[in-house]
Design a protein around this ligand. Structure first.
Ligand code: ZN
Length: 80
């Protein structure tokens, strides 16, 4: 999971696609059995790393980019 260092939201993001990206630009997200975030883009499934997030993800709430960090807390609902 990834946390926005600006507004502290977790895994709430939109993806930025290159202007010449030819796919439908639709993506879905889910958590796999290891609790890792998986992104599916046009049928291609991958587990994003921090570099990917900071290159391609924009926070859905504060609109910032390059602000992601790994969220080490596996149970945010419980600790909050
Ligand atoms: Zn944010």
């Amino acid at each position: 999971m990834f946390i926005c260092k600006n507004c502290k939201n977790i895994d709430k993001f939109e993806l930025m696609f290159a202007p010449d990206y030819a796919g439908s630009k639709t993506f879905t997200r889910r958590y796999n059995a290891n609790g890792e975030l998986e992104i599916t883009v046009d049928g291609y499934i991958f587990v994003p790393d921090l570099q990917f997030m900071n290159d391609h993800a924009v926070c859905k709430y504060c609109g910032q980019i390059y602000i992601w960090d790994y969220n080490m807390n596996k149970n945010p609902e419980i600790s909050q």
